[in-house]
Design a binder for this molecule. Structure first.
Ligand code: ASP
Length: 440
């Protein structure tokens, strides 16, 4: 692979002029940072607005024939402020005016939402002296709004072949007919990954406002350590439980060629952040990589004598959940029992109906439910090869007087243990598991 770094900067990294200055310093300090993907300006403080939200609001107002000047003025002011602050000669007013009239004339929601990135891209390219490349000519979507992966990969390879340095706005591309299409919210992460794949980058840097992933949620566990290296698979296991730092879909494009993603902090560029790598990494892992969890799951317990001899029992039970449109998290089972675990939000208001249908289809001896379960995932690629990790997890829980209600565990390539406990034990359990492993 060539030494090409694709660097994506998130909304908080480009929220105002001071952040732009930091970003430029980062970019010019490594000449391999060749393709830069900006998000739209994000919040400068907790009560501020994200530009993308304001643009969607303009679209909403315009759709209802309402005046959106006041909201659009806030957008304009933000961009003008950045340009003046950086003393750019760029005529951003022209682009702002054109976008405003397009919104007035009924431009699509995706077009409106994407303009935050577009404008930030114009500014950043001007500030860096890099070429501006509109992703509408690089990232192709089909008529159903799905990414055309192969065509996009080819387009990027071709069009960036002779471009040494470029700024490519995140979050959007276009259909063949030129209509703008965006990824889902937070999708500039995906753009970065798609570009990294297309140019066969050696590294995809994702610059944000934290120094990588932490081993546990800092709102629950005090001062958790940063995860230095995590595999794509481990990240999937953890992110399904915890707060996402990275858009879920941004793993797949880089995974194809094993391009690592490095989460970095624009406000603390000396930190190494977290490296997200392929499974084949050779370094010796920690015993566990991270812990994540969520409260509020329901367990439905179905009991029936000689269940294991009855053909199709499980299928019938599961089909009840399927026809009710409920996605299931886990199905732990015993000889004569099977439990189905689903998030409370999935089951909202449907539990009685489901129990009734289970009674009809499965004719169980008993059926009970409990809405008070929390799940914790303990994740680590080191688990498969190290003895005593689960012992240590359960000892920690036992010592904290926590009752374990469910355990499930992957078997072939063991990288996680999932533990069900009462909601009220959640924080204590996270803390005790983390402390048991923090120095190992
Ligand atoms: N600006 C878009 C959003 O707020 C995309 C992104 O920031 O990645 O969702």
């Amino acid at each position: 692979m060539r030494d090409i770094v694709v660097a994506k900067f998130g909304g908080s990294s480009l929220a105002d002029k001071d952040q732009f200055i930091k970003v430029k310093e980062i970019i010019v300090s490594d000449k391999n940072r060749r393709y830069i993907i900006p998000s739209a300006p994000g919040k400068r403080h907790s009560r501020d607005h994200k530009i993308t939200d304001l643009l969607y609001m303009c679209h909403q107002l315009a759709t209802h024939g309402l005046n959106f000047d006041e909201v659009y003025n806030v957008v304009e002011e933000r961009y003008r402020g950045i340009c003046t602050g950086l003393e750019l000669e760029l005529n951003i007013g022209e682009a702002l005016g054109e976008i405003k009239s397009n919104i007035k004339e009924g431009a699509s929601k995706d077009y409106c939402g994407s303009r935050g990135e577009y404008l930030n891209g114009l500014i950043l390219s001007n500030y860096l002296g890099f070429q501006f490349i509109d992703p509408k000519n690089l990232i192709l979507f089909n008529d159903r709004g799905q990414l055309e992966e192969e065509k996009t990969e080819m387009l990027i390879g071709e069009k960036l072949k002779d471009v040494k340095y470029a700024v490519i706005p995140g979050f959007y591309g276009a259909k063949e007919n030129g209509d703008i299409v965006t990824f889902s919210r937070g999708g500039s992460d995906v753009t970065g990954s798609v570009i990294a794949n297309g140019v066969k980058a050696s590294l995809y840097e994702n610059w944000t406002d934290v120094s990588g992933f932490l081993m546990a949620d800092p709102r629950i566990v005090e001062n958790p350590k940063t995860i230095e290296v995590i595999t794509y698979k481990e990240l999937r296991e953890l992110s399904y439980m915890g707060a996402p730092v990275l858009h879920e879909e941004s793993i797949f494009p880089v995974k194809k060629h094993g391009i690592p993603i490095n989460i970095r902090n624009t406000n603390s560029p000396e930190d190494h952040g977290t490296m997200i790598v392929d499974d084949s990494t050779t370094e010796k892992p920690r015993k566990i990589t991270g812990i994540a969890g969520r409260k509020d799951f329901t367990v439905i317990n179905i009991e029936k004598a000689l269940m294991n001899e009855e053909k199709g029992f499980l299928r019938k039970a599961i089909s009840v959940f399927e026809t009710n449109g409920i996605s299931i998290e886990h199905i732990p089972s015993g000889m004569d029992t099977v439990s189905v675990v689903a998030a409370n939000t999935e089951l909202n208001g449907k539990i009685d109906k489901i129990k009734e249908e289970l009674r009809i289809y499965c004719n169980p001896d008993t059926i009970t439910h409990d809405t008070n379960m929390a799940l914790i995932a303990v994740v680590g690629r080191g688990m498969a090869k190290t003895k005593g990790i689960s012992g240590k997890v359960f000892t920690a829980l036992g010592n904290s007087d926590i009752n374990v209600r469910m355990i499930t565990q992957g078997s072939s390539k063991l990288i996680n243990i999932i533990i069900g406990i009462d909601n009220e034990d959640f924080e204590k359990a996270m803390e005790s598991i983390y402390r048991a492993f923090e120095n190992e």
